[in-house]
Design a protein around this ligand. Sequence first.
Ligand code: PHE
Length: 455
Amino acid sequence: MSGKNAVSPQGRESFKSSFGVVAAAIGSAVGLGNIWRFPYITGKYGGAAFLLVYLLSAALIGVPIMLAEFIVGREAKKDAVGSFQKLAPDKKWYIGGILQVLASFMILAFYGVIAGWTLKYLICAAANGFAGKDAAALEAMFHDFKSHPFKPLLWQILFMGITGLVVAAGVEKGIEKFSKMLIPLLAVLIIVLNIRAVTLPGGRAGLVFLFKPDFSKLTGSGILAALGQSFFSLSLGMGIMITYGSYMSEKEKLGATALQTVAVDTLIAVLCGVAIFPAVFSNGIAPDSGPGLIFITLPNVFPKMPGGYLFGIMFFGLVAVAALTSTISLLEAVTAFGIDHFGWPRKKSTIICFTAITIVGILSSLSNGVLAQFSIFGRNLFDFLDYFSSSFLLTTAALVTSLFVGWRFDKEVVKKQLTNDGSSAAPYFGIFRFTIKYITPVLIVIIFISGVLTS
Ligand code: PHE
């Protein structure tokens, strides 16, 4: 990690290659949300019927908001708060930026805990630690581990430490370099796991569970779940894509980058379903929800399948890599705020943000065990951070960005960003303006209100 990081002509750190830009954005988007949450809720709400709604919401909300965040970041060349301050100095839009940085902070505090679990399970898979255990033993193992007073903390701190090292190394030499290595690795792992899954005897039932459209199961809450999932999965409303946009050179095509990121994120989510469900069904196990699917059900399945030892390592390797590229982006959004707002050098900002987030993260990990009795609005800290950030901060922040770009931004600035100052065509400009002005904000308000009503 030596040598100088790439900088723009204005002296801001920047990504060097287009592949690096897309790899970093995909790295942020592809994470635990794709691996356990997406396959499960797809099955729960009617398989292919849900998939259709998800695709619509990724297109109608995901692509425009991601594009809007890129535009804000590249136009301002600042972190999420500084971007709004720079582009609208006389107004309070920057509060939307503060919510985004806060969202990244809170999400990383609990996401880092789960990321630590993935590392522990990777090592456990390598040590053949699942073999000979039945479902009850694996459940007890998971429960004892996550509520233990210090074991999960060690893994969490280790994972956060790796994240911190990558972020401290800088945009090009850290984030870009690691994303360029890890995303191809992730692709290879998922392809190998897919080949294994579809060739398992009895695995067909898993594919039927995932892909057979059943419109009777597609309820109102299923539609909301699709909208909410597209937000979280695409890492929107957390200042990440604004920050990454601020590191993009003037030659990057923002529309293509947003489209590719959404397409790959969605494809990987579907492929994760294909990797997981045939394996689960071929063993006659009921598909479980939440962390249990990854940390209890699958460790039960791998030892029973041919080659399961290796595939278990590959699977937990996949989960850990996917989590790492996401934690990197979360830490970067907060670190960039420290750099731009307080003028801290990158390393100092990384250390301060890492420390603050890890401390809150440790408390949230302990809230699964020794601190379980402390509750905030009826939830332990771990669940509260997840619920509050996903339900409130992300939606509000994304609404602010969409209103900002749709209503406050000069049309010409949007055009300049989408066409790279007239040097490339952006025939979708009109559709984008219309969507970000009217369609996206209305859909977000619907998600928000329904989220509050059903909580
Ligand atoms: N998009 C990631 C996922 O699907 C989660 C994430 C959320 C990553 C927020 C970064 C920021 O798992």
